[in-house]
Design a protein around this ligand. Structure first.
Ligand SMILES: Cc1cc2nc3c(=O)[nH]c(=O)nc-3n(C[C@H](O)[C@H](O)[C@H](O)COP(=O)(O)O)c2cc1C
Length: 166
């Protein structure tokens, strides 16, 4: 398949902008479309309470209702799926996504943003995405704190993923 005809989508959730930053860098580099997952009720990103509210959502494996998806992931050949790490796991809006969109036979690359403790994030994403081909995974440490270096790393990684399939 040529790079031009390959349909690429970056799906992500981001509370504080780090995952959004990486998602946009990847999409820009490889010419992919973007699909942001937005909970109907977002938690307050300011203050310490977010760790309690979000951490509890994650530990109890909750699936917050999402706003309607603006793109159909089934229409794409290659998906990058990104999440912040919440309580050593992927963030709950991703759980809502995995249960509402049953992906199979897709090529998928995983990325996460965290402060250094990703725990079982990728293992759990792989479980939720069984039946797809996972091409790679990459973690970023609060990339907004070091934009230039993380931009470069994300671009190189995205190119490497693309080179695996074309
Ligand atoms: C509710 C909550 C739980 C978190 N749990 C973890 C964690 O278990 N491990 C970790 O390294 N960082 C954890 N973090 C930090 C975020 O993963 C990190 O700041 C990430 O870059 C945020 O991405 P975002 O800006 O796209 O929301 C947590 C943050 C929140 C809000």
């Amino acid at each position: 398949m040529s790079g031009q005809s390959l349909k690429k989508l970056v799906v992500y959730y981001s509370l504080e902008g780090n995952t959004k930053f990486i998602a946009e860098v990847i999409a820009d580099k490889i010419g992919a479309e973007l699909l942001e997952l937005k909970p109907q009720t977002e938690i307050n990103s300011r203050g310490f309470l977010k760790y309690f509210v979000g951490g509890r959502q994650s530990l109890f494996k909750q699936s917050p209702k999402l706003e309607s998806l603006t793109k159909n992931p089934q229409d794409y050949d290659l998906l990058f799926i990104g999440t912040p790490v919440w309580a050593w796991n992927y963030a709950p809006p991703l759980r809502s996504f995995f249960s509402s969109v049953k992906l199979s036979g897709k090529k998928i690359a995983l990325f996460c943003c965290c402060q250094g403790q990703k725990g079982k994030t990728f293992a759990e994403m792989r479980k939720a995405l069984a039946g797809n081909e996972i091409l790679g995974e990459k973690e970023f440490f609060n990339p907004l704190n070091n934009r230039n270096e993380n931009k470069k790393t994300a671009e190189e990684w995205a190119k490497q993923i693309i080179s695996l399939i074309i």
